[in-house]
Design a protein around this ligand. Sequence first.
Ligand SMILES: Cc1cc2nc3c(=O)[nH]c(=O)nc-3n(C[C@H](O)[C@H](O)[C@H](O)COP(=O)(O)OP(=O)(O)OC[C@H]3O[C@@H](n4cnc5c(N)ncnc54)[C@H](O)[C@@H]3O)c2cc1C
Length: 403
Amino acid sequence: MKIAVIGAGPAGMMSSYFASKNSDVTLFEKNEKLGKKLYITGKGRCNLTNSKDISEYFDEIPRNEKFLYSALYSFSNIQTMELFNEYGLKLKEERGDRVFPVSDKSSDVIATYLKMLKSNNVNIKLNTEVTNIKKEEDIFTVETLDGDYEFDKVIIATGGVSYSATGSTGDGHKFAKKFGMKVERLKPALVPIELKDDFLEEVQGLALKNVSLKTYQNNKLKHEEFGELLFAHFGITGPIVLKTSSAINRLKDVKLTIDLKPALDEKTLENRILKDFEKYLNKEIKNSLNELLPKRLIPMVIDQSGIDEKKSVNQITKEERMNLIRAIKDFSIKFKSFLDINAAIVTSGGVAVSDIDPSTMESKKVEGLYFCGEVIDVDAFTGGYNIQIANSTGYIAGSSAAE
Ligand SMILES: Cc1cc2nc3c(=O)[nH]c(=O)nc-3n(C[C@H](O)[C@H](O)[C@H](O)COP(=O)(O)OP(=O)(O)OC[C@H]3O[C@@H](n4cnc5c(N)ncnc54)[C@H](O)[C@@H]3O)c2cc1C
Protein backbone atom coordinates (compact mmCIF):
# COMPACT_ATOMS: atom_id res chain seq x y z
CA MET A 1 0.00 0.00 0.00
CA LYS A 2 1.25 3.50 -0.88
CA ILE A 3 0.48 6.28 1.60
CA ALA A 4 1.16 10.02 1.29
CA VAL A 5 1.54 12.18 4.40
CA ILE A 6 1.28 15.95 3.88
CA GLY A 7 3.21 18.04 6.43
CA ALA A 8 6.21 17.18 8.60
CA GLY A 9 5.19 18.59 11.96
CA PRO A 10 4.85 16.18 14.92
CA ALA A 11 1.51 14.85 13.62
CA GLY A 12 2.83 14.12 10.12
CA MET A 13 6.09 12.60 11.36
CA MET A 14 4.38 10.36 13.92
CA SER A 15 1.77 9.20 11.42
CA SER A 16 4.52 8.50 8.85
CA TYR A 17 6.41 6.42 11.39
CA PHE A 18 3.45 4.20 12.25
CA ALA A 19 2.11 3.97 8.70
CA SER A 20 5.54 2.93 7.42
CA LYS A 21 5.68 -0.14 9.68
CA ASN A 22 3.85 -2.03 6.94
CA SER A 23 3.37 0.42 4.06
CA ASP A 24 5.31 2.46 1.58
CA VAL A 25 5.15 6.05 2.91
CA THR A 26 6.09 9.36 1.29
CA LEU A 27 6.19 12.42 3.57
CA PHE A 28 5.78 15.77 1.77
CA GLU A 29 7.05 18.92 3.49
CA LYS A 30 7.06 22.32 1.85
CA ASN A 31 9.91 23.65 4.02
CA GLU A 32 13.58 22.90 3.58
CA LYS A 33 13.58 20.96 6.86
CA LEU A 34 11.37 18.91 9.17
CA GLY A 35 9.46 20.37 12.13
CA LYS A 36 10.02 24.08 11.65
CA LYS A 37 7.34 24.94 14.21
CA LEU A 38 8.52 22.21 16.59
CA TYR A 39 11.90 23.90 16.59
CA ILE A 40 10.48 27.04 18.28
CA THR A 41 8.21 25.23 20.75
CA GLY A 42 8.78 25.58 24.48
CA LYS A 43 11.08 28.55 23.82
CA GLY A 44 13.37 26.31 21.81
CA ARG A 45 13.29 23.52 24.39
CA CYS A 46 10.16 21.70 23.15
CA ASN A 47 7.70 20.77 25.88
CA LEU A 48 6.74 17.63 23.98
CA THR A 49 4.24 16.10 26.37
CA ASN A 50 2.88 16.17 29.91
CA SER A 51 3.27 13.32 32.37
CA LYS A 52 -0.10 13.88 34.13
CA ASP A 53 -2.39 10.87 34.14
CA ILE A 54 -4.04 10.77 30.73
CA SER A 55 -7.47 10.99 32.39
CA GLU A 56 -6.52 14.50 33.52
CA TYR A 57 -5.79 15.64 29.98
CA PHE A 58 -9.41 16.30 29.18
CA ASP A 59 -9.56 19.26 31.61
CA GLU A 60 -6.73 20.81 29.62
CA ILE A 61 -8.53 20.59 26.29
CA PRO A 62 -11.16 23.32 25.97
CA ARG A 63 -12.36 22.24 22.55
CA ASN A 64 -13.70 18.84 21.46
CA GLU A 65 -11.94 16.87 24.15
CA LYS A 66 -14.27 13.87 23.75
CA PHE A 67 -13.16 13.43 20.15
CA LEU A 68 -9.66 12.74 21.51
CA TYR A 69 -10.50 9.94 24.00
CA SER A 70 -9.65 7.18 21.61
CA ALA A 71 -6.45 8.82 20.34
CA LEU A 72 -5.08 9.75 23.77
CA TYR A 73 -5.84 6.35 25.31
CA SER A 74 -4.53 4.41 22.26
CA PHE A 75 -1.24 6.26 22.19
CA SER A 76 -0.79 7.94 25.54
CA ASN A 77 1.87 10.24 26.94
CA ILE A 78 3.56 7.18 28.50
CA GLN A 79 3.76 5.35 25.17
CA THR A 80 5.04 8.52 23.52
CA MET A 81 7.80 8.92 26.10
CA GLU A 82 8.72 5.24 25.79
CA LEU A 83 8.99 5.57 22.02
CA PHE A 84 11.28 8.59 22.27
CA ASN A 85 13.37 6.76 24.88
CA GLU A 86 13.62 3.75 22.61
CA TYR A 87 15.10 6.01 19.94
CA GLY A 88 17.62 7.44 22.40
CA LEU A 89 16.02 10.72 23.50
CA LYS A 90 16.38 11.26 27.24
CA LEU A 91 13.51 13.16 28.82
CA LYS A 92 12.98 15.07 32.06
CA GLU A 93 10.00 16.44 33.93
CA GLU A 94 9.62 19.99 35.12
CA ARG A 95 7.07 22.06 37.05
CA GLY A 96 3.48 21.24 36.15
CA ASP A 97 4.47 17.75 34.87
CA ARG A 98 5.85 19.28 31.68
CA VAL A 99 8.21 16.98 29.81
CA PHE A 100 11.28 18.28 27.94
CA PRO A 101 14.38 16.68 26.41
CA VAL A 102 17.21 16.53 28.98
CA SER A 103 19.37 18.48 26.52
CA ASP A 104 16.82 21.36 26.51
CA LYS A 105 17.07 21.37 22.72
CA SER A 106 14.04 21.05 20.47
CA SER A 107 16.45 20.12 17.68
CA ASP A 108 17.11 16.85 19.53
CA VAL A 109 13.41 16.03 19.43
CA ILE A 110 13.34 16.68 15.68
CA ALA A 111 16.50 14.58 15.22
CA THR A 112 14.75 11.73 17.04
CA TYR A 113 11.73 11.90 14.72
CA LEU A 114 14.16 11.79 11.79
CA LYS A 115 15.80 8.67 13.24
CA MET A 116 12.40 7.04 13.53
CA LEU A 117 11.48 7.94 9.95
CA LYS A 118 14.81 6.67 8.61
CA SER A 119 14.57 3.39 10.50
CA ASN A 120 11.31 2.68 8.67
CA ASN A 121 12.56 3.94 5.28
CA VAL A 122 10.04 6.76 4.96
CA ASN A 123 10.61 8.62 1.70
CA ILE A 124 11.00 12.26 2.82
CA LYS A 125 10.39 14.94 0.21
CA LEU A 126 11.50 18.35 1.52
CA ASN A 127 10.93 21.63 -0.39
CA THR A 128 7.85 19.98 -1.85
CA GLU A 129 4.62 21.89 -1.43
CA VAL A 130 1.46 19.96 -2.11
CA THR A 131 -0.81 22.20 -4.18
CA ASN A 132 -3.79 19.91 -4.69
CA ILE A 133 -5.13 16.45 -3.84
CA LYS A 134 -7.58 14.63 -6.10
CA LYS A 135 -9.33 11.30 -5.82
CA GLU A 136 -10.45 9.32 -8.87
CA GLU A 137 -11.77 5.79 -8.56
CA ASP A 138 -9.75 4.52 -5.59
CA ILE A 139 -6.57 6.44 -6.36
CA PHE A 140 -5.42 9.72 -4.85
CA THR A 141 -3.27 12.08 -6.92
CA VAL A 142 -1.05 14.38 -4.88
CA GLU A 143 -0.04 17.37 -6.98
CA THR A 144 3.17 19.27 -6.25
CA LEU A 145 5.21 21.80 -8.20
CA ASP A 146 7.65 18.95 -8.93
CA GLY A 147 4.99 16.74 -10.44
CA ASP A 148 2.10 14.46 -9.53
CA TYR A 149 2.22 11.27 -7.45
CA GLU A 150 -0.33 8.51 -6.97
CA PHE A 151 -1.27 6.91 -3.65
CA ASP A 152 -3.84 4.55 -2.16
CA LYS A 153 -4.31 6.73 0.93
CA VAL A 154 -3.51 10.26 2.06
CA ILE A 155 -2.94 11.67 5.56
CA ILE A 156 -3.29 15.44 5.93
CA ALA A 157 -1.12 16.87 8.74
CA THR A 158 -0.67 20.46 7.61
CA GLY A 159 -1.30 22.15 11.00
CA GLY A 160 -3.31 25.31 11.69
CA VAL A 161 -2.71 28.89 10.54
CA SER A 162 -0.73 30.38 13.44
CA TYR A 163 2.93 31.33 13.06
CA SER A 164 2.46 30.84 9.31
CA ALA A 165 6.15 31.50 8.65
CA THR A 166 6.73 27.97 9.96
CA GLY A 167 4.70 26.58 7.06
CA SER A 168 1.24 26.21 8.58
CA THR A 169 -0.81 28.32 6.18
CA GLY A 170 -4.13 26.49 6.28
CA ASP A 171 -3.66 24.33 3.17
CA GLY A 172 -5.22 21.32 4.87
CA HIS A 173 -8.44 23.26 5.48
CA LYS A 174 -8.62 24.07 1.76
CA PHE A 175 -8.04 20.43 0.80
CA ALA A 176 -10.73 19.29 3.27
CA LYS A 177 -13.25 21.83 1.92
CA LYS A 178 -12.59 20.70 -1.64
CA PHE A 179 -13.45 17.18 -0.55
CA GLY A 180 -16.77 18.47 0.81
CA MET A 181 -15.77 18.40 4.46
CA LYS A 182 -16.81 21.00 6.98
CA VAL A 183 -14.19 23.36 8.39
CA GLU A 184 -15.10 25.13 11.63
CA ARG A 185 -14.31 28.83 11.85
CA LEU A 186 -10.69 29.52 12.78
CA LYS A 187 -10.01 31.50 15.95
CA PRO A 188 -6.81 32.41 17.77
CA ALA A 189 -6.11 30.36 20.92
CA LEU A 190 -3.40 30.77 23.56
CA VAL A 191 -3.07 34.38 22.49
CA PRO A 192 -2.62 37.74 24.30
CA ILE A 193 -5.61 40.06 24.65
CA GLU A 194 -5.81 43.68 23.49
CA LEU A 195 -7.53 46.16 25.82
CA LYS A 196 -9.17 49.53 25.21
CA ASP A 197 -8.12 51.03 28.56
CA ASP A 198 -6.26 54.32 28.42
CA PHE A 199 -4.03 53.53 31.42
CA LEU A 200 -1.93 50.86 29.67
CA GLU A 201 1.08 53.11 29.23
CA GLU A 202 1.25 53.60 33.00
CA VAL A 203 1.11 49.90 33.87
CA GLN A 204 3.01 48.43 30.90
CA GLY A 205 5.46 45.79 32.16
CA LEU A 206 3.65 45.30 35.48
CA ALA A 207 3.40 41.61 36.41
CA LEU A 208 0.60 40.55 38.75
CA LYS A 209 1.14 37.26 40.57
CA ASN A 210 -1.62 35.24 42.25
CA VAL A 211 -4.51 37.12 40.70
CA SER A 212 -7.68 35.83 39.05
CA LEU A 213 -8.77 36.83 35.56
CA LYS A 214 -12.56 36.59 35.34
CA THR A 215 -14.70 36.58 32.19
CA TYR A 216 -18.33 37.63 32.36
CA GLN A 217 -21.01 37.48 29.71
CA ASN A 218 -24.42 39.01 30.45
CA ASN A 219 -23.27 39.44 34.05
CA LYS A 220 -22.66 35.69 34.38
CA LEU A 221 -19.22 34.42 35.33
CA LYS A 222 -18.15 32.27 32.36
CA HIS A 223 -14.51 31.59 33.13
CA GLU A 224 -11.97 32.21 35.86
CA GLU A 225 -8.24 31.60 35.74
CA PHE A 226 -5.81 31.99 38.66
CA GLY A 227 -2.10 32.77 38.34
CA GLU A 228 0.17 35.29 36.68
CA LEU A 229 -0.78 38.13 34.35
CA LEU A 230 1.37 40.74 32.66
CA PHE A 231 0.36 44.19 31.38
CA ALA A 232 1.77 45.09 27.96
CA HIS A 233 1.46 48.26 25.87
CA PHE A 234 -1.42 46.69 23.91
CA GLY A 235 -3.21 44.89 26.76
CA ILE A 236 -2.53 41.76 28.78
CA THR A 237 -0.54 38.59 28.35
CA GLY A 238 1.00 35.86 30.54
CA PRO A 239 -0.10 32.32 31.45
CA ILE A 240 -3.63 33.02 32.70
CA VAL A 241 -4.37 35.34 29.78
CA LEU A 242 -3.31 32.76 27.19
CA LYS A 243 -5.40 30.10 28.90
CA THR A 244 -8.40 32.42 29.17
CA SER A 245 -8.16 33.26 25.46
CA SER A 246 -8.59 29.59 24.53
CA ALA A 247 -11.58 29.24 26.84
CA ILE A 248 -13.46 32.35 25.69
CA ASN A 249 -12.52 32.80 22.02
CA ARG A 250 -16.02 31.93 20.84
CA LEU A 251 -17.91 34.15 23.30
CA LYS A 252 -19.31 37.53 22.24
CA ASP A 253 -19.52 40.76 24.30
CA VAL A 254 -17.36 39.60 27.17
CA LYS A 255 -16.43 41.68 30.19
CA LEU A 256 -13.11 41.04 31.89
CA THR A 257 -12.19 41.81 35.47
CA ILE A 258 -9.17 41.04 37.61
CA ASP A 259 -9.57 39.91 41.20
CA LEU A 260 -6.45 41.48 42.67
CA LYS A 261 -6.88 39.63 45.98
CA PRO A 262 -8.48 36.26 45.17
CA ALA A 263 -7.21 34.69 48.38
CA LEU A 264 -9.19 37.13 50.53
CA ASP A 265 -12.96 37.10 50.71
CA GLU A 266 -14.70 40.48 51.04
CA LYS A 267 -14.86 40.36 54.84
CA THR A 268 -11.18 39.44 55.25
CA LEU A 269 -10.22 42.07 52.70
CA GLU A 270 -12.27 44.68 54.57
CA ASN A 271 -10.50 43.82 57.84
CA ARG A 272 -7.17 44.08 56.08
CA ILE A 273 -8.09 47.50 54.63
CA LEU A 274 -9.33 48.73 58.02
CA LYS A 275 -5.97 47.78 59.53
CA ASP A 276 -4.11 49.76 56.86
CA PHE A 277 -6.53 52.67 57.27
CA GLU A 278 -5.83 52.76 61.00
CA LYS A 279 -2.13 52.91 60.26
CA TYR A 280 -2.46 55.71 57.69
CA LEU A 281 -5.43 57.52 59.20
CA ASN A 282 -4.29 61.02 58.27
CA LYS A 283 -2.92 60.21 54.83
CA GLU A 284 -4.66 60.64 51.49
CA ILE A 285 -6.34 57.43 50.30
CA LYS A 286 -3.91 57.16 47.36
CA ASN A 287 -1.03 56.87 49.85
CA SER A 288 -2.67 54.30 52.10
CA LEU A 289 -2.74 51.23 49.86
CA ASN A 290 0.93 50.61 49.08
CA GLU A 291 1.09 47.49 51.23
CA LEU A 292 -2.00 46.01 49.65
CA LEU A 293 -1.70 46.77 45.94
CA PRO A 294 1.02 47.27 43.31
CA LYS A 295 1.85 50.97 43.42
CA ARG A 296 1.30 51.62 39.70
CA LEU A 297 -2.20 50.21 39.83
CA ILE A 298 -3.42 52.18 42.87
CA PRO A 299 -4.66 55.28 40.96
CA MET A 300 -6.74 53.07 38.61
CA VAL A 301 -8.26 51.07 41.48
CA ILE A 302 -9.18 54.27 43.35
CA ASP A 303 -10.62 55.70 40.14
CA GLN A 304 -12.86 52.63 39.71
CA SER A 305 -13.98 52.88 43.33
CA GLY A 306 -15.21 56.43 42.65
CA ILE A 307 -13.35 57.85 45.67
CA ASP A 308 -11.53 61.16 45.29
CA GLU A 309 -7.87 60.09 45.49
CA LYS A 310 -7.01 63.12 47.58
CA LYS A 311 -9.59 62.29 50.21
CA SER A 312 -8.10 61.64 53.61
CA VAL A 313 -8.42 58.10 54.95
CA ASN A 314 -10.26 59.30 58.07
CA GLN A 315 -13.03 60.71 55.84
CA ILE A 316 -13.75 57.50 53.91
CA THR A 317 -17.31 56.33 54.45
CA LYS A 318 -18.36 52.70 54.82
CA GLU A 319 -19.99 52.86 51.38
CA GLU A 320 -16.77 54.13 49.84
CA ARG A 321 -14.88 51.34 51.56
CA MET A 322 -17.24 48.80 50.07
CA ASN A 323 -16.75 50.36 46.62
CA LEU A 324 -13.01 50.09 47.09
CA ILE A 325 -13.35 46.41 47.97
CA ARG A 326 -15.41 45.87 44.82
CA ALA A 327 -12.81 47.67 42.70
CA ILE A 328 -10.11 45.39 44.13
CA LYS A 329 -12.09 42.15 43.76
CA ASP A 330 -13.49 43.04 40.32
CA PHE A 331 -11.00 45.45 38.78
CA SER A 332 -12.50 46.12 35.38
CA ILE A 333 -10.46 46.03 32.15
CA LYS A 334 -11.93 46.71 28.69
CA PHE A 335 -11.68 43.85 26.18
CA LYS A 336 -10.90 45.03 22.64
CA SER A 337 -9.88 41.88 20.73
CA PHE A 338 -7.48 38.99 20.69
CA LEU A 339 -4.12 39.55 19.03
CA ASP A 340 -3.97 38.34 15.43
CA ILE A 341 -4.35 34.60 14.82
CA ASN A 342 -0.83 34.54 13.38
CA ALA A 343 0.46 35.48 16.85
CA ALA A 344 -1.53 32.70 18.53
CA ILE A 345 0.30 29.67 19.89
CA VAL A 346 -2.41 27.45 18.45
CA THR A 347 -5.33 27.67 16.06
CA SER A 348 -8.77 26.87 17.37
CA GLY A 349 -11.18 25.57 14.74
CA GLY A 350 -10.31 23.52 11.66
CA VAL A 351 -11.61 20.34 10.07
CA ALA A 352 -14.87 19.50 11.87
CA VAL A 353 -14.64 16.55 14.24
CA SER A 354 -18.12 15.51 13.12
CA ASP A 355 -16.60 14.67 9.72
CA ILE A 356 -13.79 12.50 11.14
CA ASP A 357 -14.00 9.04 12.72
CA PRO A 358 -12.27 9.44 16.12
CA SER A 359 -11.13 5.82 16.25
CA THR A 360 -9.29 5.94 12.90
CA MET A 361 -8.96 9.67 12.02
CA GLU A 362 -10.42 8.77 8.62
CA SER A 363 -12.74 11.23 6.90
CA LYS A 364 -16.37 10.19 7.10
CA LYS A 365 -16.86 11.76 3.66
CA VAL A 366 -13.85 10.42 1.73
CA GLU A 367 -12.60 6.88 2.16
CA GLY A 368 -8.83 6.66 2.48
CA LEU A 369 -8.38 10.29 3.52
CA TYR A 370 -7.07 10.86 7.07
CA PHE A 371 -6.36 13.87 9.28
CA CYS A 372 -4.15 14.41 12.32
CA GLY A 373 -2.79 17.24 14.49
CA GLU A 374 -3.74 20.88 14.61
CA VAL A 375 -5.52 20.86 11.23
CA ILE A 376 -8.41 19.24 13.14
CA ASP A 377 -10.76 21.36 15.25
CA VAL A 378 -9.10 20.54 18.58
CA ASP A 379 -6.79 22.59 20.78
CA ALA A 380 -5.43 22.43 24.30
CA PHE A 381 -3.89 24.70 26.91
CA THR A 382 -0.12 25.04 27.34
CA GLY A 383 1.83 22.26 29.07
CA GLY A 384 2.81 19.87 26.26
CA TYR A 385 -0.76 18.84 25.47
CA ASN A 386 -0.86 20.17 21.92
CA ILE A 387 2.16 18.19 20.74
CA GLN A 388 0.80 15.11 22.54
CA ILE A 389 -2.48 15.54 20.63
CA ALA A 390 -0.47 15.75 17.38
CA ASN A 391 1.40 12.54 18.30
CA SER A 392 -1.69 10.63 19.47
CA THR A 393 -3.82 11.56 16.45
CA GLY A 394 -0.77 10.94 14.24
CA TYR A 395 -0.41 7.43 15.68
CA ILE A 396 -4.08 6.62 15.01
CA ALA A 397 -4.09 8.10 11.48
CA GLY A 398 -0.84 6.33 10.53
CA SER A 399 -1.69 2.92 11.94
CA SER A 400 -5.27 2.93 10.64
CA ALA A 401 -4.25 4.08 7.17
CA ALA A 402 -1.72 1.25 6.94
CA GLU A 403 -4.11 -1.44 8.16
C1 LIG B 1 5.77 29.62 19.63
C2 LIG B 1 5.08 28.30 19.85
C3 LIG B 1 5.42 27.51 20.92
C4 LIG B 1 4.77 26.30 21.14
N1 LIG B 1 5.18 25.52 22.19
C5 LIG B 1 4.56 24.34 22.41
C6 LIG B 1 5.02 23.46 23.43
O1 LIG B 1 6.04 23.72 24.08
N2 LIG B 1 4.31 22.33 23.66
C7 LIG B 1 3.22 21.99 22.91
O2 LIG B 1 2.61 20.95 23.17
N3 LIG B 1 2.80 22.75 21.89
C8 LIG B 1 3.46 23.91 21.61
N4 LIG B 1 3.06 24.68 20.55
C9 LIG B 1 1.97 24.17 19.67
C10 LIG B 1 2.52 23.08 18.73
O3 LIG B 1 3.70 23.56 18.12
C11 LIG B 1 1.52 22.70 17.64
O4 LIG B 1 0.28 22.41 18.21
C12 LIG B 1 2.02 21.50 16.84
O5 LIG B 1 3.23 21.84 16.18
C13 LIG B 1 1.00 21.03 15.82
O6 LIG B 1 1.57 19.98 15.10
P1 LIG B 1 1.09 19.62 13.62
O7 LIG B 1 2.00 18.53 13.17
O8 LIG B 1 -0.35 19.38 13.59
O9 LIG B 1 1.35 20.95 12.76
P2 LIG B 1 2.68 21.78 12.46
O10 LIG B 1 3.69 21.55 13.49
O11 LIG B 1 2.24 23.15 12.19
O12 LIG B 1 3.23 21.12 11.11
C14 LIG B 1 2.55 21.23 9.88
C15 LIG B 1 3.56 21.05 8.77
O13 LIG B 1 2.85 20.94 7.52
C16 LIG B 1 3.61 21.61 6.51
N5 LIG B 1 2.70 21.96 5.42
C17 LIG B 1 1.63 22.77 5.48
N6 LIG B 1 1.03 22.84 4.27
C18 LIG B 1 1.76 22.06 3.43
C19 LIG B 1 1.66 21.74 2.05
N7 LIG B 1 0.69 22.24 1.27
N8 LIG B 1 2.58 20.91 1.49
C20 LIG B 1 3.59 20.41 2.27
N9 LIG B 1 3.74 20.68 3.57
C21 LIG B 1 2.83 21.49 4.15
C22 LIG B 1 4.15 22.82 7.26
O14 LIG B 1 5.26 23.39 6.57
C23 LIG B 1 4.50 22.23 8.62
O15 LIG B 1 5.83 21.80 8.67
C24 LIG B 1 3.72 25.88 20.28
C25 LIG B 1 3.39 26.67 19.20
C26 LIG B 1 4.06 27.87 18.96
C27 LIG B 1 3.68 28.69 17.77
